[in-house]
Design a protein around this ligand. Structure first.
Ligand code: FAD
Length: 360
């Protein structure tokens, strides 16, 4: 099997199958994780993405918290908690998510300097930081240990189906063949499909901006993730005096090496200043990445209904890291024609099938 893309999607799926099938990951960049996987906000938030995504996130929790010893000798989560703050109505969380109401007095204690209009919050204790680099590296390491090969600087140019196999041509002129092609190309998923003569699904990349801000206040490292009920910003403590902040932007773009725009950094800071009275000292760094969504904002895992041997592993939006353990196991079961892992009880893989899209 050939997997296009060595981000968390390709690496985690590869790790689940490489002991059973000869598998090659081709990654167009000089290292895996250069795009979305290396640019995330690195949190695990079960309420994020709606009820179907929440099932994948929750199913991944035990693995992320205490992975099997042969995978990693330590877990990938560090508990932080999330305060969903509100001026008016509180957000509605999926019923399965543990949360409690926080009134203004406690909110002032949890976020000293919070402005008076933020009246209350829902606290979601299960929110955690994810060690994304560690998780991605562990998946790549397991992939290789089980016999998989990673080729970097190996960009797919075109593919065609001939009899029962794919014939692939890379940008450097290399030719490859394989019976099954897995499309884990992130923001380029539709482009890869089109380059292989497969109809696109409408997986759309959207840019999101992150800012590391130094502020004139200490003790921030363990600050909860703070977001608003209207979905216009989030921030979390990074160092003692620094936070990671996002304006929660979602700007449609072509697939590219995304970079932050000054205006989005300014919007982020403006929204942050509407929450707390902390003096802003400087922007230490900023970055942007692409979150890619299918039209219904659910991920796509499964064989293309029209073209044999073409498997979709795309549309992971803003939840591709936190769902990766369960998503990879679910996709691997579909790919290998095996029964789903026990971890997936309660997850319906049909919800993520490419068959749900009409392409007439
Ligand atoms: C700012 C930001 C914050 C986020 N925060 C979170 C978070 O807190 N929690 C969370 O779970 N998720 C978060 N996400 C989402 C998460 O990062 C993504 O869902 C996930 O990284 C997608 O992984 P991927 O492997 O599909 O994509 P990528 O990591 O982009 O990997 C796709 C790879 O395919 C390669 N490729 C493309 N075309 C070709 C080709 N033709 N040939 C060879 N290789 C090719 C690319 O070079 C790329 O490396 C965030 C994303 C962003 C941008």
């Amino acid at each position: 099997m050939i997997i296009v893309g060595g981000g968390i999607a390709g690496a985690s799926l590869g790790a689940e199958i490489s002991a059973k099938r000869r598998t090659l990951i081709i990654e167009g960049e000089s290292h895996c994780g250069y795009h979305s996987t290396g640019r995330s906000a690195a949190f695990y938030l079960e309420s994020y993405g709606g009820a179907d995504v929440a099932k994948l996130t929750t199913a991944s929790r035990a693995f992320l918290m205490s992975p099997p010893p042969e995978f990693s000798d330590r877990g990938f989560l560090r508990m932080r908690g999330d305060l969903h703050i509100a001026r008016g109505a509180l957000p509605e969380l999926p019923p399965s998510i543990d949360s409690r109401l926080v009134e203004r007095a406690e909110l002032e204690h949890l976020i000293p300097g919070i402005k008076p209009e933020w009246r209350r919050a829902l606290f979601e204790p299960g929110c955690a930081d994810i060690d994304v680099a560690g998780l991605h590296a562990a998946y790549l390491s397991r992939f290789r240990r089980s016999g998989g090969t990673v080729s970097t600087d190996a960009r797919l140019r075109t593919g065609s189906r001939s009899k029962d196999k794919w014939e692939l041509s890379l940008e450097d002129g290399t030719l490859l063949t394989a019976p099954i092609l897995v499309n884990a190309a992130g923001a380029w998923a539709d482009n890869v499909a089109l380059a292989c003569g497969v109809a696109a699904l409408g997986v759309a990349p959207k840019r999101r901006t992150m800012v590391q801000l130094r502020v004139g206040r200490g003790g921030l490292k363990d600050l909860p993730l703070v977001d608003d009920a209207d979905g216009t910003f989030y921030f979390k403590g990074e160092g003692e005096h620094t936070i990671w902040l996002s304006p929660h932007d979602e700007i449609p773009t072509d697939p590219c090496d995304a970079a932050p725009e000054e205006i989005d950094i300014a919007i982020a800071i403006d929204r942050f200043q509407s929450v707390v009275d902390w003096p802003i000292e400087r922007v230490e760094r900023s970055w942007a990445g692409l979150r890619s969504f299918a039209p219904d904002r659910l991920p796509v895992y499964g064989f293309d209904p029209d073209v044999p041997g073409f498997f979709w592993c795309a549309g992971q939006g803003g939840f591709g890291i936190q769902t990766s353990p369960a998503a990879a196991k679910s996709a691997a079961a579909l790919l290998l024609g095996e029964a789903p892992d026990a971890m997936l009880a309660g997850v319906d893989p049909g919800a993520f099938s490419p068959r749900r899209f009409s392409r007439s």
